[in-house]
Design a protein around this ligand. Structure first.
Ligand SMILES: Nc1ncnc2c1ncn2[C@@H]1O[C@H](COP(=O)(O)OP(=O)(O)OP(=O)(O)O)[C@@H](O)[C@H]1O
Ligand SMILES: [Mg+2]
Length: 268
């Protein structure tokens, strides 16, 4: 069963900071919708995603899933990170079933089905250390899906992968989200990824982080990146992004240059 998500006027100021990181974020996500959140580095995308996951409480406003305020993490709203964070001493199956084991609900049939779904049926007994980065992310995906979440939250989950693996995982995850009836929110820097995976793309500004624009991607799945319509949507999103937040600089590139090391200063 998929979930509707309501973000009710979230404003967030981190402790010790004078200005808010997020400001007046108001958003409705319908059950089964696939949302991509794009914005410059440091604009607050992960902060907002952590709030959806119940990992961080906003200073003002709240997140509701099925009308209930999210106040803690739950297996029903699962988060997948950039790094798969697997246990290296466990095999594929043991890593994939971890959430179920913690919940006291070990279910071999379910894990078999999920490993099949993510294309790892023949690797169940393999050590995760011998897997490629893409395969490791597939294990993390199977683990996220094992507890039957209603919401799948993804924070740049494919950014460390090569372009081909990334594209096939984007298609697979969008397909799995449709088949498993999940509501999905993916944070990404990648315009192509947003167009490939999302029904609706939200554009976030920085300082403070606000949702300043959105675009509906009305293309059927799986999306054909070579199609003219795909290029048109990509260009439209790029233009909208540039016109809304194009003059912002990534926080990472704003950082002052490091002072020379003290020893180097002494040597000078
Ligand atoms: N725990 C924290 N305490 C103080 N400030 C924080 C904390 N976590 C994040 N921030 C600040 O909040 C802002 C938004 O951070 P966030 O990680 O949400 O950005 P982001 O959009 O996900 O960036 P990126 O694309 O680089 O991952 C940044 O200025 C960051 O330094
Ligand atoms: Mg982030």
């Amino acid at each position: 069963m998929s979930a509707n998500i309501s973000i009710d006027y979230i404003t967030h100021t981190f402790k010790g900071q004078s200005s808010p990181t997020l400001k007046d974020i108001e958003l409705q996500i319908t059950p089964g919708e696939k949302i991509a959140l794009i914005g410059r580095s440091g604009c607050g995308k992960s902060t907002l995603l952590h709030m959806l996951a119940g990992l961080l409480m906003p200073s003002e406003g709240c997140v509701r899933i099925h009308g209930h305020q999210v106040s803690k993490p739950s297996a029903k709203w699962n988060m997948m990170f950039q790094k798969p964070s697997l246990y290296p001493w466990m095999n594929v199956r043991q890593n994939a079933e971890l959430g179920l084991v913690f919940a006291g609900q070990r279910d071999n049939t379910k894990i078999d089905r999920l490993l099949d779904l993510v294309g790892l049926a023949d690797k169940a007994d393999t050590s995760v250390q011998s897997l490629s980065g893409g395969q490791q992310q597939r294990v993390a995906l199977a683990r996220s899906l094992a507890t039957s979440p209603e919401v799948l939250l993804l924070d740049e989950p494919f950014s460390a992968l090569d372009a081909f693996t990334r594209a096939s995982l984007q298609d697979e995850v969008a397909d799995i989200a449709s088949r498993e009836d999940l509501t999905m929110v993916i944070v990404t820097h990648d315009i192509d990824e947003a167009v490939a995976m999302a029904d609706r793309v939200l554009i976030m500004s920085a300082n403070p982080g606000r949702i300043v624009g959105e675009m509906t991607v009305g293309l059927p799945y799986p999306r054909n990146r070579a199609a003219h319509e795909f290029s048109l949507q990509r260009e439209a999103l790029m233009n909208q992004f540039e016109s809304l937040v194009g003059d912002e600089t990534d926080e990472a590139s704003q950082e002052p240059e490091q002072d020379p090391a003290p020893s180097a200063q002494k040597a000078a």
